[in-house]
Design a protein around this ligand. Structure first.
Ligand code: CTP
Length: 400
């Protein structure tokens, strides 16, 4: 599943005449580079076709809870997990009642349950129905229940209804819905004023034109942090040595050696507010490099190594009020080593992980880390790196 720079929105469409207006909403979100995941009830498909919705969103419309092609192993959970916001427009009295009471027997109510129950992410419901159905005490009670749970309800407009009657029940205008969604998403963008640099991947120090001294860093943790920062509104420059898919950041610069990385950081660090140094930097490099390939037939060789600059420690000396986060991949004495690096390098925060474990860390999709700063120590339990990144960014956001 692709995470776009703008974010992921689930749009639930239920069976009402206003269903066609969902098409305009999808177009607006897609135009603004959101990834829109449509979900429809069977009743909604009586008003507009899933094909129309799929064409507009460029995503398969979920119309069947047993559809095995919903992305992920447990599709509705993964979809709910990855979305930044869920919107139901139009929402019938029926779907409102189901969500208020926890019924999950159609795609929209099912995904609502998975979305709403697990994350503090905006959930926007836009009722549209006959005014008598809207004012029915059952509907009003259900809307109250949802509001109390933090769901954003966009009240319907008053006007002529399709049944010929006049009253409150028309779907709020597409512009109003669009603006509420953008504002709700904006409020989740707690890093929006931050200019961040994230480094990712390992360095390569050449021995000759063919061989290098490198390390096993995959860069995945750094990319996950960059993606998370971007999602939360930061301007992100990713400085990377690996070829992973672009996580939708503002700029990517590439490095190979520790010296390359230092040069790039020297030019970019002064204009940043936050540096997250997830790159695994070589501590030593060959003192001399052969410009010609070394041959086995020449016999054994001894490579003399010299230390590289401690990039993060040097940057931290002249950091002003920039926030600096380092990483410490340790195989023993993890906490004490991380604490001493936090202090000796002059960092604001260090993220320690245990590389002796085979179920997390290098190359794995999973990690478990301990976030340390001067005053506290917090474990973020084993999880997908993208979720670990969310926990790390939560910690940074609470301090920056
Ligand atoms: N780091 C750096 N420059 C280096 C080495 C490391 O900026 N030459 C940064 C890493 O990107 C990381 C932090 O320092 O954010 C800690 O890296 P680590 O390799 O654990 O620290 P070292 O000081 O190299 O200690 P060790 O001997 O344990 O490798």
């Amino acid at each position: 599943m692709i995470l776009t720079a703008a974010g992921n929105i689930i749009i639930g469409i239920t069976g009402g005449i206003a269903a066609y207006k969902a098409c305009d909403l999808i177009r607006l979100f897609v135009k603004d580079k959101f990834c829109v995941h449509p979900v429809m009830t069977k009743a909604a498909t009586e008003f507009i076709t899933p094909l129309t919705v799929s064409c507009l969103s460029s995503k398969k419309t979920v119309v069947d809870i047993f559809d095995s092609s919903i992305e992920g192993n447990v599709g509705h959970i993964e979809l709910a997990d990855i979305a930044d916001l869920m919107l139901i427009a139009p929402a019938t009295a029926d779907i409102i009642a189901k969500i208020a009471s926890g019924i999950a027997d159609d795609p929209v109510s099912l995904i609502s349950m998975a979305f709403y129950g697990t994350r503090e992410k905006p959930f926007v419901i836009v009722p549209a129905m006959n005014y008598r159905m809207y004012h029915n005490p059952a509907t009003q009670k259900n809307l109250e229940i949802l509001k109390e749970r933090g769901v954003i309800i966009i009240d319907p407009e008053e006007g002529e209804l399709v049944c010929g009657e006049t009253g409150e029940g028309r779907l709020a205008s597409v512009d109003v819905i669009y603006n509420v969604v953008i504002k709700a998403l904006d409020e989740t963008r707690d890093m929006k004023n931050i200019n961040a640099i994230v480094t990712a991947g390992g360095t390569e120090e050449p021995i000759d034109p063919v061989r290098v001294i490198s390390n096993r860093s995959s860069g995945k943790m750094g990319y996950a942090v960059a993606k998370q920062l971007k999602k939360r509104g930061a301007k992100v420059t990713l400085i990377s040595s690996v070829d992973l898919p672009d996580p939708g950041v503002d700029e990517i610069a590439k490095f190979k050696t520790a010296a390359d990385l230092k040069d790039i950081l020297d030019s970019k660090f002064p204009s940043c507010d936050l540096l997250v140094m997830a790159a695994a930097v070589a501590d030593f490099k060959p003192k001399e490099q052969s410009d010609k390939k070394l041959h086995r037939s020449d016999g054994g060789i001894t490579i003399e190594l010299e230390p590289t600059d401690d990039i993060i420690a040097n940057l931290a000396k002249d950091r002003g009020d920039r926030f600096i986060v380092g990483f410490a991949a340790e195989s023993e004495y993890m906490i004490s080593r991380a604490k001493s690096k936090l202090e000796s390098k002059g960092l604001d925060m260090i993220i320690a992980n245990d590389i002796s474990r085979s179920d997390i860390g290098f190359g794995s999709e999973y990690n478990e880390v301990v976030v340390l700063d001067k005053n506290c120590e917090k474990t973020i339990k084993r999880d997908l790196k993208i979720n670990i990144a969310k926990g790390i960014v939560d910690e940074i956001a609470s301090m920056i």
